[in-house]
Write a protein that binds this ligand. Structure first.
Ligand code: FAD
Length: 445
């Protein structure tokens, strides 16, 4: 692959920043519910609260949609993330509710697009858990069986049966969800939010959150907001404040890469007839998907941790882009002459259990971690469930299934530089055993 003209960006390759950024919070304000963070999670929370008649204000450090919500691979997952084999051993009772939660999250985002008429190039073609080796195929079959036992759905097949390229042996297609342009989705939800009764303050980084005389006081550089309740929705950034439960999540940096446009006849020759996005079965997955601009977006393969708060804007490391290009050349040998046009990355939050979590500190500071790589649908769904619980004073069955009363979390054993390097090495050893890496190296210039 050609890497000579890669454009590195600190925002996203899917969309440009908005030109109508809302004014910052200035002076003293009050509201009933404050939402901090304007990603898909925070925006869906504030939108739902506004729809249900609450006096709600949302603060974002930059602008709504600045974070992972506009930067991700755009895969709406219809099944839970994390290792289902581990979950079956450690907490089998949690599996069926988690499967139901994931399917309902995909349905929720589809409804959101319809309700607000958001055109974001959505294709409801399900995501494929793809195998690149016989061992990975065995893993897919095991996971598919666990998913089905827990009430989920998925179709196992060969690459031809699933309509995915020959660089993947086969896999399992999720029956819910699909792929979209996440930049356009976030922009559409932001527009709906700006049209709602919610007050939106952009360019308003929250630097402190304190309890004071029965209220929660939120401080920014130029203003103060006093609220009865607060919802923390800043994803990987939520460890910035002392009020967040310790070890709630660990931030990790991941990147995506986009090829130059590829001639339609070359794309057609791949046999990617389903157009379904694929994620490999490595410990740290690789993801590949087509776009409406005849490009392929692909990424992840490595998680980078070790950042101090506050997390800083960042652009991808060229060495990582090269590594992803090598992987691409191995999976798509017929496209190994294609150039890479751009690369970007984002911060995401991982919980130590790699499962979705929600809870409340005291009775007024709500938090959630819905990422673990599946937050595009789960973060907004969870946000809407938290909003409903604030209005109704009770939790729905789906919110209950991820609710944590204790708010105490162990540190992650894996999400540290040493653990992540070890996991990456295991993946590379498996690739080496599979024999594709040397060929791919030669194909990158
Ligand atoms: C490269 C990449 C690929 C991914 N691929 C997928 C995928 O294909 N499918 C999937 O389901 N998920 C994917 N994810 C994960 C998904 O994007 C996230 O889980 C989801 O967008 C999280 O939404 P959020 O609202 O919680 O957080 P974010 O979208 O990150 O929003 C957080 C917001 O908080 C604001 N903020 C931060 N600090 C402060 C502060 N101090 N004060 C005020 N505001 C603050 C930020 O400006 C930001 O707007 C991917 C993520 C990345 C980075």
């Amino acid at each position: 692959m050609r890497l000579k003209n890669v454009q590195y960006t600190t925002f996203s390759g899917w969309i440009d920043p908005p030109t109508d950024i809302a004014p910052a919070l200035q002076g003293k304000h009050e509201c009933d519910v404050a939402v901090i963070g304007g990603g898909m999670g925070g925006m869906a929370t504030a939108l739902r609260l506004a729809e249900r008649g609450k006096d709600v204000a949302l603060l974002d450090a930059e602008f709504c949609g600045y974070g992972a919500s506009s930067r991700n691979a755009g895969q709406i997952a219809g099944a839970p993330g994390g290792d289902l084999r581990m979950l079956r051993v450690l907490s089998p009772k949690r599996l069926p509710p988690m499967v139901r939660f994931a399917e309902n999250a995909a349905n929720f985002v589809e409804d959101l697009m319809k309700t607000y008429k958001i055109d974001c190039d959505y294709e409801d073609n399900g995501m494929v858990w793809a195998a690149v080796s016989p061992i990975q195929m065995l893993r897919v079959r095991t996971l598919a069986a666990i998913l089905r036992q827990a009430g989920g759905h998925g179709t196992v097949g060969t690459n031809k049966e699933l309509g995915i390229p020959g660089g993947f042996m086969g896999g399992m297609r999720e029956t819910r969800g699909g792929m979209l342009n996440p930049g356009k989705l976030s922009r559409g939800v932001r527009e709906a939010l700006l049209d709602s009764s919610a007050r939106v303050f952009e360019q308003s980084r929250v630097i402190d959150i304190q309890h004071e005389n029965g209220k929660v006081v939120i401080t920014t550089a130029e203003g103060e907001l006093r609220a009865n309740k607060v919802v923390l929705s800043t994803n990987g950034h939520s460890g910035e404040w002392d009020i967040t439960p310790k070890n709630l999540s660990t931030p990790a940096w991941i990147i995506e890469v986009e090829t130059e446009p590829i001639a339609p006849e070359r794309l057609a020759a791949l046999g990617w007839t389903s157009r379904s996005g694929v994620t490999t079965q490595h410990q740290i997955m690789e993801n590949y998907r087509l776009t409406v601009r005849n490009t392929i977006v692909f990424g992840v393969r490595r998680l980078e941790s070790g950042a101090n708060y506050p997390l800083q804007p960042r652009s991808p490391d060229p060495g990582m882009v090269r590594e992803l290009a090598e992987a691409f050349a191995a999976r798509f040998p017929s496209l190994s002459d294609v150039g890479i046009a751009r690369s970007w990355g984002g911060w995401i939050a991982f919980s130590a259990s790699w499962t979705t979590i929600a809870g409340c500190v005291g009775n007024d500071v709500f938090y959630s971690i819905a990422c673990n790589g599946h937050g595009l649908a789960q973060a907004p769904y969870l946000g809407s469930l938290i909003a409903d619980s604030i209005v109704d004073g009770k939790r729905s069955a789906d919110l209950e299934s991820v609710w944590d009363e204790k708010s105490t979390y162990p540190p992650s054993m894996v999400l540290n530089p040493f653990g992540l390097r070890a996991v990456w090495l295991v993946d590379r050893l498996c690739d080496k055993f599979n024999g594709s890496r040397r060929r791919a190296r030669a194909a990158v210039s």
